[in-house]
Design a protein around this ligand. Sequence first.
Ligand code: AMP
Length: 212
Amino acid sequence: MRIILFGPPGVGKGSQAQFLSEREDVTHVSTGILLRRAIESGTDLGRKAQGYVESGELVPGVLVRSLAEDAVSACNFERYVLDGYPRTIEQAEWIDAFLEENQAPIDTVLSLKVPNSVIVDRLSKRRVHKITGENFHLDFKPAPSDVDPSLIIQRTDDMPDAIQHRLEIYDEETHPVQAYYRERGLLREIDGNGAFEEVYGRILSAIRVSVS
Ligand code: AMP
């Protein structure tokens, strides 16, 4: 199961990928989470990436490339779901070449689709655990009461101006990436509207069809 899960910020891909990793024994590789961890730990990479992440800009590809490739290698090239990577054609070409060299090409690319108005609502109500990176939602998935509330924060890039900016970046930069995978016959579009379990069911069916 070598999957890329694709979709604009706030479409719920992070939560779906996390759920999938728990249920199906696959590793959730999120470049967003890896970057935020690097920033929290104050690593050199984290310091270089911080300004971009906080303003919702794409981090220069070279910084994210090693994070993604190291994480996939750590899975022995099997049973992972890549979330948030690749986001540009350049990144798609890098990861494809890297996986080909290791005789383990991607099985399927899933693209979650949700209207922008729903995305803005979801993102502005999203909260994240400062340490684990787990996502919550004020309406649909509030943080459990035993979690220290001071650890539950709103990401700077989930503020309204940054959301708008991220959606614009997504449109400009990542539509070509979907076209790239569509041309290769790997892209499967999934309706991301509806209850979490319902969307998860669609994701699972698409994976089973592609991987079997
Ligand atoms: P995410 O959690 O996937 O929404 O990512 C949060 C932020 O991390 C993005 O807004 C970017 O600043 C940065 N980021 C994550 N993945 C990438 C990537 N593949 N390329 C460039 N920047 C990225």
